[in-house]
Ligand binder design. Structure first.
Ligand SMILES: [Zn+2]
Length: 217
């Protein structure tokens, strides 16, 4: 088998060296068909991607920002932290309550409510009463544009980015020259939501006691 393939290869090489017209024609057809096949595969992939995206009920934010298939600017940012936080908010794989609330067995709206803006007792006490007007859900839009918890970092943003946030123009915001600034903003918001835990007074006391006992022993 190897011998036969080798002979065929040699024969084609000979035809190529002789610059025969049939070989040139065969070569151009093969090249054209490869390009056409790549184009077809790409079109099929993009078509499937659109169908999959349309059927995803949870990726509402992503649908607002991603209309065309292609590489995104944020992937080229140097900061891994910025890229991570941008990817999380784009794909709704973040730690905002609208996502975290999906994985709790607790009924009602409280699991998705913003912990900074809503009072637990008020929501749980009134949500089933007829005059209850709903609560503030902690979703991407609330975090980016409304929640007072991030007011100080939001107010320090450039006027251009603030303008895009004000207009809720998330698509342009993700494709703007301010993508790095947005990544920094999201990282700051994440730190505010997840402050580093400091040692409690009781643990400090217990550590002191252990150290004291060690010293005494
Ligand atoms: Zn809030």
């Amino acid at each position: 088998m190897f011998c036969l393939l080798h002979l065929v290869s040699q024969a084609f090489q000979e035809q190529k060296n002789l610059n025969l017209s049939w070989y040139e024609k065969l070569s151009s057809v093969a090249h054209y068909e490869t390009e056409a096949a790549h184009g077809t595969m790409r079109d099929v992939f993009i078509s499937d991607w659109r169908v999959d995206l349309g059927s995803q009920t949870k990726m509402q934010f992503y649908k607002q920002i991603k209309e065309e298939f292609g590489e995104e600017q944020y992937l080229n940012l140097k900061s891994r932290q910025f890229r991570t936080n941008l990817a999380k908010i784009r794909s709704s794989s973040h730690d905002l309550m609208i996502e975290r609330g999906r994985y709790t067995k607790e009924a009602g709206v409280w699991p998705r409510a913003c912990r900074f803006c809503c009072d637990r007792d008020q929501v749980l006490g009134f949500e089933y009463l007829p005059f209850f007007e709903g609560t503030i859900i902690e979703d991407e839009e609330h975090c980016l544009t409304e929640c007072p918890m991030y007011h100080s970092v939001r107010s320090s943003l450039s006027d251009d980015l603030k303008g895009l946030l004000l207009l809720r123009n998330y698509k342009d915001m993700m494709n703007s020259a301010h993508i790095e600034e947005l990544g920094k903003f999201l990282s700051s918001c994440h730190r505010i939501r997840n402050p580093k835990k400091t040692p409690t007074s009781s643990s400090t006391c217990s550590n002191t006691s252990v150290n004291d006992s060690k010293t005494l022993s």
